[in-house]
Design a protein around this ligand. Structure first.
Ligand SMILES: *Cc1c(COP(=O)(O)O)cnc(C)c1O
Length: 298
């Protein structure tokens, strides 16, 4: 059986700023799920891996950028659950800490130029048509199975929340959380913070999983210049947050989401008395690729 035992509590953040604003903020600690099969990446992989197993596949083939948390999660999960794995990496061959960890977990890495990378199904068909053990997993592990896994976050909650917020790259995690909220008829309002410049496309990406999309809010102004782009004041915010809570954030996803959350609270976006849940989607090893920038900023 493909499963992980994990602990992902909802932790209250004690902060005078929240007390002044009369809101309470909890963090869903999905970063504690697993050090490598981290956070939302486990939720997204769970049913995909079960599908691979039920089809008797033995070789996971997936895709990602050179710092992809999804590649690392897939490499570790493949090792843990008895699959071979291949990671097809976008761009020129490079070496970095994330890819080194993937290699330690036995993943074979293949680099492809950005143009060929666009058509992933074509690449898979071209290279793995002779391997009937190979199983295609889309970049980031998107799709209905991934959404179903992410929806389970909501069924774990121990109390009701007025607002639930998470960072979005593809919107799959957001779609799952929103599905969990809708399926249970919870009154929680959902918020997504896209980490891309012009993240409006995330709305369609979330809505495509629904026949009748429920309403939710996108906060488009916390991308800091685009995907994996950062600025010294974001890194300073992360240091302030981490040093006062003991919870690490990464600059690519959770740092931007928490920065946005603090800013929205500052602007009185949430009514007094609101109980807010921020989802820590994990991915902390992404910090490894950024330590130079962080050292320069703080
Ligand atoms: C991949 C990732 C996300 C983005 O999730 P999507 O489902 O693609 O929106 C958010 N946070 C972290 C830490 C991630 O690694």
């Amino acid at each position: 059986m493909i499963d992980l035992q994990y602990y992902s509590p909802e932790e209250l953040i004690e902060d005078d700023f929240f007390a002044t604003k009369k809101v309470s903020v909890y963090v869903k600690r999905d970063d504690l799920i697993h050090p490598f099969i981290s956070g939302n990446k486990w939720r997204k992989l769970k049913y995909v891996l079960r599908q691979a197993l039920s089809e008797n596949k033995k070789h996971l083939v997936t895709f990602g950028g050179a710092y992809s948390n999804h590649l690392l999660a897939t490499a570790c999960a493949a090792a843990k659950f008895g699959f071979k794995s291949t990671g097809i990496v976008r761009g020129e061959p490079v070496k970095n800490d994330t890819l080194t960890l993937c290699t330690l977990f036995g993943m074979t890495l293949t680099f492809v130029d950005r143009e060929s990378y666009r058509d992933k199904e074509l690449l898979f068909d071209k290279w793995f048509s002779n391997d009937d053990m190979a199983f295609f997993i889309d970049e980031g592990g998107s799709g209905p199975d991934a959404v179903e896994g992410c929806a389970e976050l909501i069924s774990e909650l121990t109390q009701p929340y007025d607002h639930i917020i998470c960072a979005s790259g593809t919107g799959t995690t957001a779609a799952g959380i929103l599905k969990g909220i809708t399926d249970r008829n919870l009154p929680s309002t959902f918020h997504s913070v896209p980490v891309f410049k012009d993240g409006r496309f995330i709305r369609q990406e979330i809505e495509k999983y629904f026949d009748f999309p429920p309403s939710f809010t996108l906060h488009l102004e916390y991308h800091f210049g685009g995907y994996a782009k950062t600025q010294p004041h974001l890194l300073n915010f992360i240091q302030t947050f981490s040093s006062s809570t003991g919870i690490l954030l990464d600059p690519v996803y959770t740092g931007k989401m928490f920065f946005g959350l603090y800013d929205l609270i500052r602007k009185n976006h949430f009514p007094e008395g609101s109980k807010i849940l921020a989802v820590h989607t994990g991915g902390l090893l992404g910090l490894l690729g950024m330590t130079k920038k962080i050292q320069q900023a703080i």
